[in-house]
Design a protein around this ligand. Structure first.
Ligand code: PLP
Ligand code: COI
Length: 339
């Protein structure tokens, strides 16, 4: 591990030493198991393979200046994980099992935690899927909950440098009464062709619109959308977007900086009235957006003057990172120390 260039880690999978697993069988959760294998042995008729009974989470652990390991808002992820499980009729993982598995996975892979100041973090990936065999379309009776960790750098290779995005009108990520509000694999499968199209056209990612009217902004690839209009932080209200914990945190930080917030439908045309625009999420943190292109209408929306991120986005970014790494006090109780 000594040879790792922590400052230039990509957002990708790197093998670590252990993962933690827990099975749900006969109506109850078993004991946590530690594994050093990167593989699982799955039944060929597992519902996770056939019918998309799969949900996951994304969280980060940070090494502070004091050497302590901090995990950001894990209870929110635990809650969303339960809601994802319930949404596709899987067994819900109790918070204590969720937390214990994460803590164990971090501690067992301590040497893979990127050092303070590297800009990198330890990404935590909790995963749940149906392992019970069914052929009819129905929920499995058995589930596997698994947590692995991997050191990561920024999701967008540009980091805090503003990116360009493309509005997608040819496909939808999630339907209004579908599963967009929970973190299930099917949503990501549905987003792949649009993301691939965006990449092949030179864009960092896709701005998805609401599936019903194709009029309002939903999300930016695997992140929420936000904008600064005057002295207000605006973010979409939509039934088909994932309730982002980062977005919720930024709203709180903005309000405490005296910036009002609005969660409401945002039409595509309104893009022209925004001073700053960005994508936010655990992986993306804040990724400022310089340009959004609507290939159908030919409209091009430009946001960053001189190619630089806007001042409010930067302020929010630095504040969030400072709380996550322990550089600044955490008045909200968002951070838990792994001891
Ligand atoms: N939207 C989607 C589709 C995502 O995959 C994510 C990542 O988890 C987010 C938004 C951001 O959510 P969070 O801030 O909780 O990571
Ligand atoms: C995250 O931000 O943690 C995510 O889950 C995004 C991921 C799909 C790469």
């Amino acid at each position: 591990m000594d040879t790792i260039d922590w400052g230039h880690l990509p957002f990708g999978y790197q093998k670590t030493d252990y993962n933690v697993r827990c099975y749900y069988r006969n109506g109850k959760w078993g004991e946590l198991e530690v594994s050093s294998s990167e593989f699982v042995n799955v039944h060929i008729a597992a519902t996770g393979l056939h019918y998309g009974q799969e949900a996951f989470e994304g969280m980060k652990a940070f090494c502070g200046k004091d050497g302590k390991i901090r995990v950001f808002r894990w209870k929110e992820n635990a809650r969303r994980f339960r809601s994802s499980a319930a949404g596709i009729r899987m067994a819900e993982v109790p918070d204590t099992i969720f937390k214990n598995a994460i803590w164990k996975a971090i501690k067992l892979n301590r040497k893979h935690l990127p050092p303070y100041g590297s800009g990198a973090s330890l990404y935590i990936r909790p995963l749940l899927f149906g392992v019970g065999a069914e052929v009819g379309v129905k929920p499995a009776k058995e589930y596997l909950f698994l947590v692995f960790v991997t050191p990561v750098g920024p999701y967008f290779k540009e980091g805090i440098k503003p990116v360009e995005m493309m509005i997608c009108r040819e496909c939808d990520r999630a339907a209004p009464l579908g599963t967009g509000h929970i973190k299930v694999g099917g949503n990501y499968a549905a987003s792949l062709s649009a993301i691939e199209q965006a990449h092949s056209n030179g864009y960092a990612n896709v701005v998805f619109l609401d599936a019903k009217e194709k009029k309002y902004i939903d999300e930016c690839g695997p992140a929420n959308f936000f904008a600064i209009k005057g002295s207000t932080y605006v973010t979409p209200d939509s039934p088909s977007i994932l309730p982002s914990i980062t977005n919720k945190s930024l709203i709180q930080l903005a309000e405490d900086m005296g910036i009002k917030s609005e969660r409401r439908p945002i039409s595509v045309e309104e893009l022209s009235s925004f001073e700053e625009v960005g994508a936010c999420g655990t992986a993306a943190v804040i990724s400022p957006i310089a340009k959004i292109v609507d290939s159908e209408t030919g409209n091009v929306y430009l946001f960053c003057k001189d190619g630089k991120p806007g001042p409010i986005s930067m302020k929010l970014y630095h504040k969030l990172i400072a709380i996550q790494t322990g550089d600044e006090p955490d008045p909200y109780g968002w951070v838990d120390i792994v001891d």
